[in-house]
Design a protein around this ligand. Structure first.
Ligand SMILES: *Cc1c(COP(=O)(O)O)cnc(C)c1O
Length: 422
């Protein structure tokens, strides 16, 4: 028999495991997105809460990749650059991502890693800002950012002579002034799962005369982004997290159509040339988002991402957001009900408007806790020193998964505080 758990949630609902299980089952039955899980190749028994780090495998991918390798590469050989549409795939796949991030066509190209694209667009953004107003030499960077963004921002600042100003998103509005050239921000904090107000911060930066570069690694495919509507200048996003493109799938770059033709990007290779096959000795930048390409596209992983995007046909992003919030909210309610008081500290904001699609918490020995959960078939991840992260990819995560994970985690935390091992 399971230990009797104190019922601490004051909303009158049954917060026993059985009560929570009934709620999970009802939510899964009512979930309008539930059928999408069938489009992923997931073990029935596994609770996979790491789609914010590596998205699950869509069932459309293996057969498409086999065709790309055996037919397009094997038989078509070099003709496939033309006949199979390989050459234009960076723009074509970019146009398929566009509706997921609220962008009109022609503003996104896919290729290279998120890291490379952060560098590319940071340098291009700084050059555009200084080109417009030579006083605008400061680069404001979210000081809590995923380290790669910080490292690359620093390198971009060294290269361009810009001054790096670390700035928490919550203090951005006060830090903007007439020296600010570019602001590099994360839409969702990779560690805490906090969602920043992209429209408001973009408007503040724009109002102060600065350009914006948003990293959408933890929002593209998890919630509506609305790049055009917010008048974002530049953005990068990851192909292998919520877009499920596969390990190391290429990332994407967004440049608003008003800015594109003023961009001078640092990795100006032949694929970003106005006439790549003219083999001209002088560089002339292509028009449009194509100018953000560099070299030969990584066709296999790019077309894996292309196939993975099939799952989004007919998916309503407002529904995705509703489910994501309901899942993360339910997971937190389960922890509130089941885990010993004081055994964890929630890092993710409880308010819906401030939460992405993951829940992060701090507890003692987080690394060992997550290893224990993994042995029980519950996969999340650990970030040093003591953060446990649980990502809720709305297309394939079930409410029952949230309960199973919260129950396993609570059992683990209870054992650690030395109670409840009845
Ligand atoms: C996941 C992630 C990256 C990943 O960069 P790679 O170049 O793919 O290794 C970069 N930035 C942020 C904010 C991320 O969350």
């Amino acid at each position: 028999m399971r230990h009797v758990v104190p019922q601490r949630v004051a909303d009158g609902r049954d917060t026993s495991v059985a009560g929570l299980a009934a709620r999970a089952a009802a939510a899964d039955t009512a979930d309008p997105l539930a059928h999408l899980r069938d489009q992923f190749d997931l073990d029935e028994e596994l609770v996979y809460l790491d789609g914010n780090s590596l998205g699950a495998l869509p069932t459309s991918v293996p057969s498409r990749l086999r065709e790309v390798v055996e037919q397009e590469w094997g038989r078509g050989l070099i003709r496939s650059w033309r006949d199979a549409g390989w050459w234009d795939a960076p723009e074509r796949v970019g146009d398929r991502i566009a509706p997921l991030v609220g962008a009109a066509p022609g503003q996104i190209v896919v290729g290279d890693s998120t890291s490379i694209n952060v560098f590319r667009l940071t340098v291009a953004g700084l050059r555009a800002a200084v080109g417009r107003d030579p006083r605008r030499t400061e680069l404001l960077v979210d000081g809590t950012t995923f380290p790669t963004d910080g490292y690359l921002a620093e390198s971009a600042a060294r290269l361009t002579g810009a001054t790096l100003v670390p700035c928490h998103p919550s203090e951005l509005v006060d830090r903007l002034d007439d020296r600010t050239g570019l602001v590099l921000l994360n839409h969702v904090d990779y560690r805490t799962g906090e969602l920043w107000d992209l429209p408001a911060l973009t408007a503040a930066a724009r109002g102060a005369g600065a350009l914006t570069l948003w990293d959408l690694s933890h929002s593209a495919g998890a919630l509506p982004v609305g790049l055009d509507r917010a008048e974002v200048d530049l953005a990068v996003g990851c192909g292998y997290k919520y877009l499920n493109g596969g390990p190391g799938a290429p990332a994407f770059c967004y440049a608003s159509s008003d800015l594109q033709d003023r961009l001078d990007q640092p990795l100006a290779g032949w694929c970003s040339h106005a006439d790549p096959f003219g083999m001209e000795p002088e560089y002339r930048a292509a028009k449009g988002a194509t100018r953000l390409r560099t070299g030969t596209p990584e066709i296999l992983s790019l077309l894996s991402l292309d196939a993975a995007l099939d799952v989004w046909a007919d998916v309503d992003l407002a529904e995705v957001r509703r489910k994501s919030l309901a899942l993360t909210d339910f997971f937190v309610s389960c922890l509130d009900a089941l885990a010993p008081p004081g055994s964890f500290r929630l890092l993710t904001p409880r308010e819906d408007g401030r939460r992405g699609s993951q829940v992060a918490l701090e507890c003692d020995d987080a690394r060992a806790v997550m290893a224990t959960l993994e042995r029980q078939g519950v996969i999340g991840d650990h970030r040093p020193p003591n953060v446990c992260r649980f990502g809720f990819a709305p297309l394939y995560t079930r409410f029952v998964d949230a309960l199973t994970a919260a129950d396993a985690l609570s059992t683990c935390l209870r054992a650690r505080v030395g109670i409840g091992r009845a």
